[in-house]
Design a protein around this ligand. Sequence first.
Ligand SMILES: Nc1nc2c(c(=O)[nH]1)N[C@H]1C(S)=C(S)[C@@H](COP(=O)(O)OP(=O)(O)OC[C@H]3O[C@@H](n4cnc5c(=O)[nH]c(N)nc54)[C@H](O)[C@@H]3O)O[C@H]1N2
Ligand SMILES: Nc1nc2c(c(=O)[nH]1)N[C@H]1C(S)=C(S)[C@@H](COP(=O)(O)OP(=O)(O)OC[C@H]3O[C@@H](n4cnc5c(=O)[nH]c(N)nc54)[C@H](O)[C@@H]3O)O[C@H]1N2
Ligand SMILES: [Mo]
Length: 671
Amino acid sequence: MPSTIVRSACPYDCPDTCGILATIENGQVIAVSGDPDHPYSKGTLCAKMNNYERTVHSPDRLTTPLVRSGPKGSGQFRPISWDEAIAMIAEKWRGIIAAHGAEAILPYSYAGTMGIIQRNSGHSFFHRLGASRLDRTICSPAKDEGWRAVMGNTPAVDPDSITESDLVILWGIDAAATSVHFLHRAAQAKKRGAKLLVIDTYLTRTAAAADHAFLVRPGSDGALALGIMHILDRDNRIDRDFIKDNVQGFPELASHILPEYSPDKVSALTGISVREIEQLAATYGQANAPLIRLGSGLSRYGNGAMTIRTIACLPALTGAYAKPGGGCFGGTATSGAFAMNEITREDFMARPTRIVNMNRLGEALNNLSDPPVMSLYVYHSNPAAITPDQNSVIKGLSREELFTVVHERFLTDTARYADLVLPATSSMEHSDIYRSYGSYCIQRAIAAIPPVGASKSNWEVFALLAGELGFEQSFFRQSTDELIDKVMSGDSPWTNNIETGIINSGKGVRLTVPSDPSRPYLTPSGKIELLNPTLANPLPHYLPPHAAEDPGQFWLMTAPAFYGLNSSFFEREELRSKQGGMRIIINPQDAADLGISDGSVVTAWNSYGEVDFILGLSEKVPSSIAVTEGAWWIAHSPGRRTVNALTSQRLTDMGRGSTFYDNRVDIRGKT
Ligand SMILES: Nc1nc2c(c(=O)[nH]1)N[C@H]1C(S)=C(S)[C@@H](COP(=O)(O)OP(=O)(O)OC[C@H]3O[C@@H](n4cnc5c(=O)[nH]c(N)nc54)[C@H](O)[C@@H]3O)O[C@H]1N2
Ligand SMILES: Nc1nc2c(c(=O)[nH]1)N[C@H]1C(S)=C(S)[C@@H](COP(=O)(O)OP(=O)(O)OC[C@H]3O[C@@H](n4cnc5c(=O)[nH]c(N)nc54)[C@H](O)[C@@H]3O)O[C@H]1N2
Ligand SMILES: [Mo]
C-alpha cells in the first residue's frame, strides 16, 4: 500500500506545539517530520519528537486492559476485556459511593496530552459523578498569578515580535530544552545585533547560546529585579511620560521599596557581583526594546509569584511594554478563543465538591478524611514520578484498600501501583484540537492511524463509564469530533476571522488576539499596577524562598531533561542513553571536598527522602548547586526512588503551585 502523509500536531506539554507531518504506511506511522507550513514551528521538531513513531509503536505500549495479580507496585497483571474492566470500575465505585459518598473518588490528570478535548474530557464526567475535584496547579500557577498581579488580563505579546527586540533576556528558562523554536528566534535576533542574556542558576545549554549568562542564587531573582529598578531610578533611566500615563504606583515603589535594594544588598542576596548587577541594569536601561522571556523555573519556589510579579514591573519603568519587541513574555493564555464550558460542564455538578491540590496528593491519599480517598483515577499523568514528595505518594498508592485505575500508554511507575490499567491511544490514534502556551497558533488534528492494540482515548473511556453508570445526559454520547466542533463554535473575536475550512483542513493557524488600543492594559485600573491595592502586599518586595532556612549543602535544581519531557519519552532507550542516565551534576571542587568521583553512584538526601544518582561533574554548575535533569522512571534509576523523593508538598506564595526547585539536599557516596 502506498504511504500517505497526514498533518498532525505535537500533543506534548511544551510551549511550541509544533506542526508535524506523519508518514503512514499500512496503518502505522513510519516517520514524522516538521510541517514547513506551521506558522510557528516552521518545519523543525525537537530531538524527542523527531522519532515519535518509536513512541507510538513502542513494543512497550499497553495494548489491553490489565488487572492486578500480585502485590501493589509489583507490576504483576493479567489481561482482561474492556467490558470486564468498565464493569469492575462501575461496581467498585457504586460500593464506594454507597459507603463514603462520591467525593471519596479522586481524579488525577495533567498534561500527557495537551489536546483540548482529550485533556479536559474527564471534567464533565467527574462533575456529573460528584467526585472530588483536582486543583491542577503543578505547573505554573504562581507565574500566572505574579503576572496577573501587575498586568491583570493583559495578553502577552506575540513571540514573533522578537524581530524588533534589541535585547532579549531568557530568564529562568532553558529554552534549548523546553522551547527550542523560541531559542531559534532569539538566536536570529542575536545575529541581527540584539544582545542575548541568560539568567539562571547554572550554565544550561541555553546559556551557551547567549552573549552572557548571569548566575543567581536560587529563588533570588525578585531581589535582582528590584536591584535593577533601584539603579534605573538612581540613574534616571526611567520613562516618566510613559509612567505618568500608564503606570500605577511608581512613586510609592520608588520611595518605599527601591531605596532598600542597593547594589550591595542585592549582591548579597543574589550572589551576583555589584559590577555585574550594574552592567545588567545599564544594558537594560540603554536598550530600546528589551524583551524578557520568562520561564517557569523561577516561579517554582515559595516566593515564586512574588518573583514573577517583581520582574513583570521592570519593563514598566522604561516604557518597554509599549515598544514593539519590548516587554515581558511569560506565555500565551488563549482559553477565551474556545467555548471551554462545552467540555468542562461545571453545570453537571449537583453541588460544588471538595477540591484537592494535586501537589499534595501524598497528603490527600494518606491523611484526608471525611471522606478518605478510596479510589484514584489517573489519566494522562504519572504522579508516582512527577508529583512532589514521591515517598508520600507511593505510600498512598500502596494502600491496600485504595482502588486505583490508571489509563496510560505505558506501564509507568504509577501504573505499576494500579489495580486496573487501561490502555490509552497516542495522539496519532485520536482526533483533537490543540492550542499552545508559547504562541498564538491552533491546530485541529485527525486520527492518523487506528488505535494500537485495544487502546482507547480518554474521551472514549469516559463515554463508556458514563454509559455503564447510566448517566442520562446525551452529552456523553457525542463523538470527539462533535465535541471539537462545539468547542470551536463560540462567537469569539479570537477566531471569527479564521475560516472554519482552514481549521478543519488540519493546518496550523494563528488566532487573532483581541485588542483595544485605547485600553492596552487589562487591569482594574487600566494601568500597569506596580501598586496593586487588592493584594496583601500592595507593593512588590523580596521574599525569601522556603528552603532558605533548610539544612543541606546543595540547592537542588530539578530541571527539565533535553531528551525527556517530565516523565514522558523515558520509554525510549536511545533518548535515555543520550541523556546520559539519571545523573546529579555538581561542581568538581564540591565533589573533591566530599571525596566522591565522577560516574560513581551517590545518594542525595534530605528530610523527604533519599535518591541514588550517577554523579556527573561540571564547571558549568556553581558550587553548592546540584542539577538533575528529568523525571526518570524508577525502573531506569540506579536506586529505588527518583528526583521527586527529594521535593516537598510546600506550595507557592500565590496560586497554590508546586515548589520543585525550592529544596536542599546533602550528597554522600553510596555505601
Ligand atoms: N525537553 C523538555 N521540554 C519541556 C519539558 C521537559 O521536561 N523537557 N517540560 C515542559 C513543561 S511541563 C514545562 S512547564 C515547560 C517548562 O519550561 P521552562 O519555562 O523553561 O521552565 P523550567 O524548565 O521549569 O525551568 C527552566 C530553568 O529555570 C532555571 N531555574 C531554576 N531556579 C531558578 C532561579 O531561582 N532563578 C533562575 N533565574 N532560574 C532558575 C533552571 O535551572 C532551568 O534552566 O517546558 C516544557 N518543555
Ligand atoms: N522534579 C520535577 N518534577 C516535575 C517537574 C520538574 O520540572 N521537576 N515539572 C512539573 C511540571 S511543569 C509538570 S507540567 C508535570 C507534568 O506531569 P504529567 O502531566 O504527569 O506529565 P508526564 O510525566 O509527561 O506524564 C504524562 C503521562 O501521560 C501519558 N499519556 C500521553 N498521552 C495520553 C493520552 O492521550 N491519554 C492517556 N490516558 N495517557 C496519555 C504518557 O504516557 C505519560 O506517562 O510534572 C511536574 N513534575
Ligand atoms: Mo509544566
